[in-house]
Design a binder for this molecule. Sequence first.
Ligand SMILES: NC(=O)c1ccc[n+]([C@@H]2O[C@H](COP(=O)([O-])OP(=O)(O)OC[C@H]3O[C@@H](n4cnc5c(N)ncnc54)[C@H](OP(=O)(O)O)[C@@H]3O)[C@@H](O)[C@H]2O)c1
Length: 246
Amino acid sequence: MTTTSVKDLEDQAALVTGATSGIGRAVAFQLAAQGATVLVHGRDAGRGIQVVEEIELSGGKARFVAADLTTADGVSQLVAEAGEVQILVNNAGFSWFGASADLSPETLDTLFASNVQAAYLLTSALAPKMAAAGLGSIVNLSSMAGIIGLAGGSAYGATKAALSSFTRAWAAEYSPSGVRVNAVAPGPVFTDGADATNIEALGTTTLLGRAAQPEEIADVIGFLVSPRASYITGAIIPVDGGRTAI
Ligand SMILES: NC(=O)c1ccc[n+]([C@@H]2O[C@H](COP(=O)([O-])OP(=O)(O)OC[C@H]3O[C@@H](n4cnc5c(N)ncnc54)[C@H](OP(=O)(O)O)[C@@H]3O)[C@@H](O)[C@H]2O)c1
């Protein structure tokens, strides 16, 4: 799949968390194709450097920043290394599906630390700087799992519902200062972090009868952070093949 390459993000720096894999990786390629300098974040340096090299080979600009976002210290380290950015995509996270009784308290903690606390701390550190500059765009990765009830997805769904709630409240807090805050709520997407059999099965429940490729989510994010979406803030955009429409 090709990326849309309208050069509407030149002179902008974009931090994409979790860009070493899946949706984040596709977002990094997309924003670089639109002219942004992309900070490719993740924990796996090998995969991170590979993403940077692929972006550079296609004429884009990128650098890798490593940080574990499960801890507040890890987030502070990322904030320090990121410097000034105009675009933040809160994408890093993971899913856990299974019987609620089988989720250990430790995994529940890690799920909320990676998916919720990290986005909260990162945005609290970076959005005020964007607001002071009067310019910025933030996109949060929510999910269809945060909208509909999926058996086995109670905790994961709650982390994603939190991201939707953050989106509306941060839009109220920062948009009067020129910072747009939106979310995408993808349906099932084929990535390394998702079990392919589950994703395929979920895909058959959508109106389009299939799961998505990461680029189909990245394209929407590329639009949302661009000036083409200048009047959109506080929106949660379903990118789910129509699953939550029914
Ligand atoms: N796939 C789907 O069906 C789907 C649907 C709706 C929403 N989403 C959301 O989309 C986002 C990306 O999902 P994906 O399927 O693309 O996942 P993925 O392929 O597993 O990639 C996850 C990325 O997040 C990073 N990451 C995870 N936890 C981290 C932590 N504690 N600290 C630092 N980095 C961390 C990983 O870094 P390293 O690998 O370098 O460690 C990796 O780059 C997630 O927020 C997910 O909830 C996914």
